[in-house]
Design a protein around this ligand. Structure first.
Ligand code: FE2
Length: 197
């Protein structure tokens, strides 16, 4: 099977003090791992058994009898992408191609941060906030609910923040705004974003 839990791209305690080792142990080791195990169980013995996670997502999207497959596979992909979007000693101002694109698309870095935070705060319940590249080479900020993923649309994801409570509740309880602040200020991996453009 091609579905597996990816290796975390940083040590589990390396995001302290912004994200605790305890949060990573649960988020990566329990939640992400459970989505992987559930997907494997659901596709075992089916036509999807040897497909990639992207193929499984596309095959199950909007299929009434495959809601669980889609939800688990999309969460596998979303989380694998999310871990790449952050790094120890990340954050700061953007550089390279993304800096120029942010200025072109949002007017300024400050406007981008403000719009990103406001979109992430307005996601009701569980979901994700994404920076995406549209066909016309302009950046946009979108949100998806639950396991929703931009892979099923015609935009290219460059960056995401997981706003499910399991991403921040152990460290920040209900204070999603504080989690968003440290994420954007100290963890965002601009090199990864540039590599996706
Ligand atoms: Fe999550």
């Amino acid at each position: 099977m091609k579905i597996k839990l990816p290796v975390l791209p940083f040590p589990q305690d390396s995001l302290v003090p912004y994200i605790s080792e305890n949060t990573i142990q649960f988020h990566y080791g329990k939640h992400h791992n459970a989505y992987v195990e559930n997907t494997i169980k659901l596709i075992s013995g089916t036509d999807l058994e040897n497909k990639t996670v992207e193929e499984i997502i596309m095959a199950s999207h909007n299929k009434e009898d495959m809601v669980s497959v889609f939800n688990n596979a999309a969460q596998v992909w979303n989380h694998s992408f999310y871990w790449n979007c952050i790094k120890p000693d990340g954050g700061g101002n953007p550089h390279g191609s993304i800096e120029e694109k942010i200025d072109d698309s949002f007017g300024s870095f400050e406007n981008f941060i403000s719009q990103f935070k406001s979109t992430a705060m307005s996601q009701f319940g569980s979901g994700w906030t994404w920076l995406v590249l549209k066909d016309d080479n302009i950046l946009d900020i979108i949100k998806t609910s639950n396991a929703g993923t931009p892979l099923t649309s015609d935009v290219k994801p460059l960056f995401t923040i997981d706003v499910w409570e399991h991403a921040y509740y152990l460290d920040y309880q209900n204070r999603r705004a504080d989690y968003l602040h440290v994420f954007l200020e100290h963890l965002i991996n601009w090199e990864f974003i540039n590599s996706q453009i």
